[in-house]
Design a protein around this ligand. Structure first.
Ligand code: GLP
Length: 262
């Protein structure tokens, strides 16, 4: 696992956007680049920078297919807190991606489990995900895979913990009861199947989760820790998120990444 430590949120986002653009640009044109994407505040700066790079002609999404990580169950696309709405207003409306190349789980599907099975099958039909970008919750959840979700889980319906509903209530008039109780989410196994995984972790409130994911053992208590078993996982983080790492771990990753750059 690589841990790329950047001084602040802005630099973390620029690093992640450049990495993603470089991967897209290096990809053979004979098949689309398949990109997994998250919602949340963590990726906002990455989306803004990728859109800027797109406008500047530094990267194109014309041959990119996307799959989003998750969606609230029971929220229609038009709801301003749906992840569909989030993705279009914060990213897709600002880049040159063909409309049909975007895949987002349908929170209003009549049969949600069938929708999840369809999604997994479509990812496979596209040749699998080349790069899965993600964020994590303060409890280390990846997509909506809360603590104690199986580390081999596939796309399915998930119950949200009270903690997550409280954290996400900032988007629902600060009322946890207004946050949907369930969501559709890719599984930890789905993320682990991606050829590369890039997780953004920023801010003091994620410091405990970052330390547990990097220094703790692989455990379903911190579902993000599964990345330790991935052959090509990167955590891009900012300084505040490093607050709970031991000094040795912190220095190790600064050191090794300095070597990477030489
Ligand atoms: C939600 C999403 C996660 C996301 C997390 C963190 O729970 N389901 O995919 O990583 O929020 O969000 P933020 O980046 O706003 O801290």
């Amino acid at each position: 696992m690589r841990v790329v430590i950047q001084e602040n949120y802005d630099k973390m986002c620029k690093w992640a956007a450049s990495h993603i653009a470089a991967r897209i640009n290096a990809h053979a044109a004979d098949r689309p680049f398949v990109l997994g994407l998250p919602t949340g505040s963590s990726p906002l700066g990455v989306y803004a920078e990728l859109a800027r790079m797109n406008r500047a002609g530094e990267v194109s999404f014309g041959n990119v297919v996307t799959f989003n990580m998750d969606e609230y169950l029971g929220l229609p696309r038009e709801h301003e807190q749906s992840y569909w709405h989030f993705m279009w207003s914060n990213f897709f409306d600002h880049i040159d991606i063909p409309r049909n190349n975007v895949n987002i789980l349908d929170g209003m599907a009549a049969d949600p489990e069938a929708e999840c099975a369809r999604y997994e099958a479509k990812i496979a039909a596209c040749g699998g995900i080349d790069l899965f970008m993600g964020g994590i919750g303060v409890d280390g959840h990846l997509a909506f895979n809360e603590p104690f979700t199986s580390l081999t889980s596939r796309t399915g319906v998930r119950a949200l913990t009270t903690d997550t509903r409280i954290v996400n209530s900032r988007f629902f008039e600060n009322d946890p009861e207004k946050v949907p109780a369930k969501a559709l989410s890719v599984g930890i196994g789905t993320v682990m199947d991606a050829r590369e995984v890039l997780i953004l972790i920023n801010g003091h409130n994620k410091a405990r989760a970052l330390a547990a994911s990097v220094e703790g053992g692989v455990s379903q208590k911190w579902t993000c820790s599964a990345l330790q078993m991935h052959p090509a996982a990167i955590i891009a983080c900012d300084e505040p998120a490093c607050g709970e790492l031991t000094v040795d771990t912190y220095k190790y990753f600064l050191d090794i990444e300095r070597e990477e750059r030489l």
